[in-house]
Design a binder for this molecule. Structure first.
Ligand code: PHB
Length: 390
C-alpha cells in the first residue's frame, strides 16, 4: 500500500487549508496488476489531475491510500475491508471490474462508506443492488451498449455475431446490445463468451463468426484482451469482409496505438473520446498531456470526474461518510464529456454517448466522432433507494 498526500504530490500550495478544514481520507481501489492494470493506472492519473485542478476550490484536504484489486473479486473484498475497517477511509473510489464491484457492494453498503465508481459498469450496482452509498461517475454496461443496437440497425446491419469475455460485464454489455438490436428487427446469428483473463487464442471463435452468415461482429473487450483481440481479428483477414463494432473500450485511445493499423476502421460507442470538442475537454486534454504524456482516455476522464465530484461534495459542506454519500448523489457539472448529472433514482451517471471510428491521424490513430447520441437515464431495474440520514 502506498500513501500519497497532496503535499507529497507537490500540490500543497494549490490547496487552501484553514483551521476548520477537513482531511478526507480516500481509498483508491484499483487494479495495479492483472489484465486491467493499464486501466487502473490511467484512472489513478486522471484522479490525481482532477484533485490538482479542482482541489483549490475547497477547504478540505485529501489523503490517498492505494490498494491493488488485482482484478480478483476476493482479493478486492479483502482490500475494501482493510480500507474501511483498519484505515477508516471516508470514501472509496475506483473499481474497474464489474465482478469486483459485485463482490464489494455489500461491504460498502453495510459499512455506510460512500463509493464513487470510476469504471465498473455492473448494471446491478445501480439497479436491483443499488445503494445510496454507491454513486457512479463512469458508465453502466447497458448505457454504453444499448444505443449501438439501434444505431447499427439504422446503418443497414441486419445480422450480427457477438463475442465478449465470460463475466458480468461481458454478459451485461452484450445483453444490452442484443435487446435493442433485436427490438429494431436485427438478428443475432451466433454468440460466444470467452473465458475471462484466460483466452489467448481467439482463432476458434473467429472461425465460428466467419461461417455464421453475419453482416458484422459486435464485441466487448478491454485492456490486454482488447489488444490481442483486435490484432487477431485483423490478422485472420476478417476485417474487410466482416466489419468489427463494439463498445468503445475495444479501441480505447489508451491502447489503440498498441493495436496499430489493425484498429483502423473499427466503429465503437463510448461516453468519452479525447477528440470531443468542448472547452472543458481542451483544458483536460492539455493538462493530462502535459502531466502524463499521452491523450487521456475514457478511463482517465472517469478518475478526473470522480475527483471533481468529491471536491464538489466537500464544497457543499460534506465532511463525513453519510454527508459525503448524500452530497455525491447531487453532483452535476459540465466536464470533458459534456453535461453530467446523477440520476436520483439509481445514482448512475447520465451522459451523452459518442459513436466513433478509429482512423489514421497525423500522430498515429485517432477517434473520429460519427454521432453524438442523446443522454438517457438507465431504467431503474428494481432499484429502491433508501435515504441516508446525515
Ligand atoms: C467492467 O468489468 O465493468 C469493465 C471493465 C473494463 C472496461 C469496461 C467495463 O473497459
Amino acid at each position: 500500500m502506498k500513501t500519497t498526500t497532496l503535499a507529497a504530490l507537490g500540490l500543497a500550495t494549490t490547496i487552501a487549508t484553514t483551521a476548520t478544514a477537513e482531511d478526507i481520507k480516500i481509498g483508491l481501489l484499483l487494479p495495479y496488476s492483472g489484465v486491467y492494470a493499464a486501466l487502473g493506472n490511467e484512472i489513478d492519473a486522471g484522479f490525481a489531475l482532477g484533485l490538482e485542478q479542482f482541489g483549490g476550490e475547497t477547504d478540505a484536504t485529501f489523503e490517498i491510500l492505494r490498494e491493488d484489486t488485482e482484478v480478483k473479486p476476493p482479493v478486492a473484498l479483502g482490500k475494501a475491508k482493510k480500507l474501511i475497517l483498519q484505515d477508516e477511509v471516508d470514501v472509496i473510489t475506483g473499481i474497474v471490474s464489474s465482478g469486483v464491484l459485485g463482490a464489494v457492494r455489500d461491504m460498502v453498503h453495510g459499512a455506510g462508506v460512500p463509493l464513487i465508481v470510476s469504471n465498473a459498469g455492473n448494471d446491478e450496482a445501480t439497479g436491483a443492488d443499488c445503494s445510496p452509498f454507491i454513486t457512479r461517475m463512469s458508465f453502466s454496461n447497458g448505457q454504453v451498449n444499448r444505443p449501438m443496437g439501434t444505431w447499427m440497425y439504422e446503418q443497414g446491419i441486419r445480422k450480427v455475431y457477438t463475442l465478449a469475455p465470460d463475466y458480468a460485464a461481458g454478459r451485461q454489455m452484450i445483453d444490452a446490445f442484443e435487446q435493442t438490436f433485436t427490438a429494431a428487427g436485427g438478428e443475432i446469428v451466433g454468440q460466444d463468451f470467452t473465458p475471462f483473463q484466460k483466452t489467448q487464442d481467439f482463432g476458434p471463435y473467429l472461425t465460428q463468426a466467419k461461417s455464421s452468415g453475419a453482416d458484422a461482429v459486435y464485441v466487448f473487450y478491454a485492456g490486454g484482451e482488447a489488444i490481442s483481440f483486435v490484432k487477431q481479428y485483423d490478422s485472420f483477414g476478417l476485417k474487410a469482409e466482416l466489419p468489427l463494432y463494439g463498445s468503445g473500450f475495444l479501441t480505447s485511445s489508451l491502447y489503440v496505438n498498441a493495436q496499430g493499423p489493425a484498429a483502423e476502421g473499427v466503429i465503437a460507442a463510448s461516453h468519452y473520446v479525447p477528440t470531443i470538442e468542448n472547452d472543458a475537454n481542451a483544458v483536460f486534454v492539455d493538462g493530462f498531456m502535459a502531466k502524463i504524456g499521452h491523450a487521456p482516455s475514457e478511463f482517465a476522464v472517469q478518475g478526473y470526474d470522480a475527483a471533481r465530484a468529491l471536491v464538489e461534495a466537500t464544497k457543499a459542506g460534506a465532511t463525513d461518510r453519510a454527508s459525503l454519500a448524500n452530497a455525491l448523489r447531487q453532483v452535476t457539472f459540465e466536464g470533458p464529456r459534456g453535461i453530467l448529472s446523477i440520476d436520483p433514482a439509481t445514482n448512475n451517471i447520465v451522459q451523452p454517448i459518442y459513436v466513433y471510428e478509429t482512423v489514421a491521424g497525423t500522430d498515429g490513430l485517432t477517434q473520429k466522432v460519427l454521432a453524438q447520441l442523446p443522454s438517457e437515464a438507465d431504467p431503474a431495474n428494481d432499484c429502491v433507494m433508501d435515504p441516508v440520514s446525515n
